[in-house]
Design a protein around this ligand. Structure first.
Ligand SMILES: [Zn+2]
Length: 252
C-alpha cells in the first residue's frame, strides 16, 4: 500500500484536476490524503471569511470522505499564498503529516496566483520535509523525498494561453462518477463559480475538461500529469506504476 498526498491551493481544485485518479488509487486500497493550503475563504459573496472557511472546509472533508481520504488544510490565507519562510514551514509540516510516497501538486503555471505559489511551496517542501534539522512542528521528517507530480493547470493552459503538455494521462472512466460526486460536494461553489468565473455549471466545466484531456489520449475522460524529475527528487515512475493499465501515453 502506498500513501499518496494530493495538495492544491483551494477546496475544489483537486476535484477538478485529479479526483478521478485519486478515486482509482483509493479503490486499489492505497491511502489517499487530500490537502489544501487555504480554506478558500474568499470564495463567496454571501458569507463572511470565517463562515465561508467553515463551509468550505466541511465541503472539502466531505468530498475527501467519498474515497476514504483524510483531509487537512494548512490555513494559509486565500489570495495570500506566497513562497516565504513561514509558508514553506507550514507546507513542510503538512507534508510531514501526510508521510507520502507520492505527492501530486498544483501546476507551476496556472491562472491563479495561489496556484502558482502553492506549486513552488509544495515542490520545495518535498525537499525540506526530509531534512531533520528543518524544524516545522510535531510531525516527523520524511525518510526520503517523495515522488513529485504536477496536475494540469485549470483549462490546460498557462497565463499566455500556451497549452501545457502532460507527460502522461490517466484514463479515469472508472473513477469519473466518483469525481463528479466529489465536485458536487462543493455545494457553495456552484453559485460562486458562476458569479466570479462566468461558468454557469462547474460540473459541466469539469466534465468538458476531462473529455478534452481524454481526447488528447484517445480515451473518453482523462487527467494529465507531469513528473518533476530534477535532482535529488526520485525519477522512477511510482505513480504510473501504481495506476498501471489506466496510464495512457498517446501523443497529445
Ligand atoms: Zn484554486
Amino acid at each position: 500500500m502506498a500513501v499518496i498526498l494530493a495538495v492544491h491551493a483551494h477546496p475544489d481544485d483537486i476535484e477538478h484536476l485529479a479526483a478521478g485518479s485519486l478515486a482509482l488509487l483509493a479503490a486499489q486500497g492505497h491511502a489517499v490524503r487530500i490537502a489544501t493550503l487555504t480554506a478558500g475563504e474568499c470564495g463567496s459573496a454571501e458569507t463572511d471569511l470565517a463562515e465561508t472557511a467553515r463551509i468550505r472546509r466541511a465541503e472539502a472533508a466531505g468530498a475527501a470522505g467519498l474515497i476514504g481520504a483524510e483531509y487537512r488544510c494548512a490555513d494559509l490565507p486565500d489570495l495570500g499564498v506566497f513562497n516565504d519562510d513561514a509558508a514553506r514551514r507550514a507546507v513542510t509540516e503538512l507534508i510531514r503529516w501526510a508521510q507520502p510516497e507520492v505527492v501530486i501538486a498544483a501546476s507551476p503555471a496556472d491562472y491563479h496566483p495561489d496556484h502558482e505559489a502553492a506549486s513552488q511551496l509544495v515542490r520545495d517542501a518535498c525537499f525540506a520535509a526530509s531534512v531533520p534539522n528543518y524544524r516545522t512542528g510535531p510531525a516527523a521528517p520524511l525518510e526520503a523525498i517523495p515522488h513529485l507530480y504536477f496536475m494540469d493547470p485549470i483549462g490546460g493552459r498557462d497565463r499566455e494561453g500556451r497549452r501545457i503538455v502532460a507527460d502522461f494521462g490517466v484514463d479515469i472512466a472508472d473513477g469519473f462518477g466518483v469525481k463528479q460526486r466529489m465536485l458536487s460536494a462543493h455545494v457553495s461553489q456552484a453559485e460562486w463559480v458562476a458569479r466570479q468565473h462566468g461558468i454557469a455549471d462547474h460540473l459541466a466545466s469539469m466534465e468538458a475538461w476531462s473529455r478534452r484531456r481524454g481526447a488528447d489520449f484517445g480515451v473518453a475522460v482523462a487527467e494529465g500529469f507531469r513528473q518533476y524529475r530534477h535532482e535529488p527528487y526520485p525519477r522512477t515512475p511510482r505513480l504510473q506504476d501504481l495506476l498501471g493499465a489506466a496510464v495512457v501515453t498517446a501523443a497529445s
